[in-house]
Design a protein around this ligand. Sequence first.
Ligand code: FAD
Length: 465
Amino acid sequence: MAKELDLHRRSMPKQEPFERIRNFDEVALGYTEELAQEEAGRCLNCKKPLCQEGCPVGINIPEFIRYIVEGDLQAGIKKIKETNALPAVCGRVCPQEEQCESRCILGKKGEPVSIGRLERFLADWEASKGRAEKPAMASLNGKKIAIVGSGPAGITVANDLALLGYEITIFEALHAAGGVLTYGIPEFRLPKAIVKREVEYVKSLGVKLYVDYIVGKTRTIDSLFKEFDAIFVGAGAGLPWFMNIPGENLNGVYSANEYLTRCNLMKGYLFPAFDTPMKRPAIVAVFGGGNVAMDSARTALRLGADESHIVYRRSKEELPARAEEAENAEEEGVIFDYLTLPVRLIGDDQGWLTEIECIKMELGEPDASGRRSPVPMKGSEFRMKADAVIVAIGNSPNPLISMTTPGLKVGKKGNIEVDEATGKTSRDNIWAGGDVVTGAATVISAMGAGRKAAKAMHEALSGGK
Ligand code: FAD
């Protein structure tokens, strides 16, 4: 008899909004084993699992879900780890609604299986047991690899090549590893202990990690070649864009990078226990509509802002943030000013921001991105009060590496150019992947690029053996 369809997903317990805006603890609390089993039981175990095709690293989703149904959680997490070294991270921050879950057959009639929540459940279950099973490792092959940057792209390359017997050293510019996972995404969405645990796991494979080491300054790529056979560049996109409107130099205007780095990496939210002062503005306006904007607006609320606004030039339908995070922001009281474009920032005679001049927008014809483009409405200018602005409209790669590495080809926005199939750059024995190639994207796409590059590096260095 055909399985009866269970069209509704089990909701995940969360901290209540009134409670969570007063702390930096994780908002979502994760499934209990009982809820996970019920949710896993909704999976139809399709003969042709489209969900797996929707996953950029090709996790065998139906199989790990089946293990949950059978109660064999160890086998479930092992299955995920065959293709994903960072399951606790991906289970929390991947845009599943656009990837695996968007392809789930159940989604056609009801709600798709909560694949991300089940992935998170298994990773957290393994962590609660305090033991992480390591896959089989090849013996050392005598080849040495340097990796620039310890974000998801660099960590994935380190994991994959360490398992294949390479001696790996990661060079990280900041004082802590993890890339955006550590300095960008806030504690309430991705606890740092989880990132640390996953970085420690990769180090336990024999990977060496140097922090406070800026490749291009401390040492150039070319000088690394005296010691290493090949190099992977996973340096991310850490150079923030600004609006280029009058008043952006006023006091109280931040890039989201600076704001979130102060709060997360430098623990500004724990001031004065940590020595990072952070302004506590009353009215904050965040420009942008992606995950970075949501994280900034929600951080501002937790730091005591009376009002935290998202100022976005398109409408709710076009918001690029994960649906769950936009919903969380709304629940917490973030105010969404849609179809609004800031055109000028106004300050007092001491140079401090006081107001923002905006113009209302309407949606016109679709642009190159396929989204309807916002068009200013004549005469609709208005002003809003604000004592802080956080600009979260995008990033591009820092030019340091390309400027200090002759022959490394970059595109117009400073992105390193690579062969799409392999991640190989224009220079011999240098590969690259993640945001440094694509511009600001997602954790899983950076991991997918890392996996592709690791495979190609292995083929090139071992003659395909
Ligand atoms: P990064 O994570 O940026 O790591 C690059 C590392 O290289 C950094 O640690 C940097 O310090 C280091 N580095 C740079 N230059 C040098 C140098 N010269 N020498 C040595 N080290 C160097 N994605 C999602 O999928 N879901 C989300 O919910 C999500 N939320 C986000 C929220 C915020 C606030 C931000 C900023 C991004 C978010 N993203 C999200 C995007 C995602 O985090 C990135 O796409 C991903 O981290 C890119 O990985 P990466 O390894 O390419 O680069």
